[in-house]
Design a protein around this ligand. Structure first.
Ligand code: 5RP
Length: 222
């Protein structure tokens, strides 16, 4: 199985997990990235089984709309039972690094609102300790140098993501060389830096379920 086939398999598995719970009023939270796109394409085949979706990025909103799925503003969505999204890394506790696609802030907001967060990923994303993947931090542009200095004090090596402006008009610092043994603490420490909008650690609110694509099939961790 190729990596793309594993992504398609977990996208399909997420749809199958959701379907028995969907009705005409259901609104589904949808993440961002290539694995989330596989989920969107599989979900679109059942678009009459639910009302619509809340998107975690402009790119996801466009893809949903291209399938004829209604996209709601989160503020207008009365209830969100499920959020489905990919990840850059997950540990066995389903604490995640996200934000490789720069959508981390909206992803974290939609995940916070949803009752159940289903993470979908191919097996390369499951790691013993988070931090091999550089940790994205969304920053208010004028605070970029200040935040970078504070991150160095925390032991990381921040690198400005050239040419990247988030959907919220901010910039991204990717933090290298951090072995993240206490994700909740680091998530809180980064959030405490003035000028940080959000960081890509999903530890205070981890995923509830991880559907992991492997050559042998989809493995479920929950
Ligand atoms: C975007 C994300 C994505 O979920 C993450 O980057 C994984 O992407 P992909 O499924 O393409 O590997 O957090 O901000």
């Amino acid at each position: 199985m190729t990596q793309d086939e594993m992504k398609q398999a977990v996208g399909q598995a997420a749809v199958e997990r959701l379907l028995p719970h969907l009705d005409a009023d259901s609104i589904v939270g949808v993440g961002t990235g290539s694995t989330a796109n596989c989920f969107i394409d599989a979900l679109a085949k059942h678009k009459l089984a639910f009302d619509g979706a809340v998107a975690s990025s402009e790119a996801t909103a466009e893809r949903l709309k291209s399938h004829g799925i209604t996209v709601y503003d989160l503020n207008g969505a009365p209830q969100l039972d499920f959020y489905v999204d990919g990840a850059d890394e997950s540990n066995e506790n389903l604490e995640l690094i996200k934000g490789g696609g720069a959508a981390l802030t909206r992803e974290k907001i939609v995940a916070a609102v949803a009752k159940t967060f289903i993470c979908i990923a191919d097996e390369s994303k499951l790691v013993p300790v988070l931090g091999e993947f550089p940790l994205p931090v969304e920053v208010i542009p004028m605070a970029r140098s200040h935040v970078a200095r504070e991150i160095v004090r925390l032991g990381g090596d921040p690198v400005y993501r050239e040419g990247c402006i988030t959907d919220n008009g901010n910039v991204i610092l990717d933090v290298y060389n951090m072995s993240i043994v206490n994700p909740k603490q680091l998530e809180a420490d980064l959030n405490a830096i003035v000028g940080v909008v959000c960081n890509g650690l999903f530890a205070a609110r981890p995923a509830d379920v991880l559907l992991l694509g492997t050559p042998q099939g989809v493995r479920t961790i929950e």
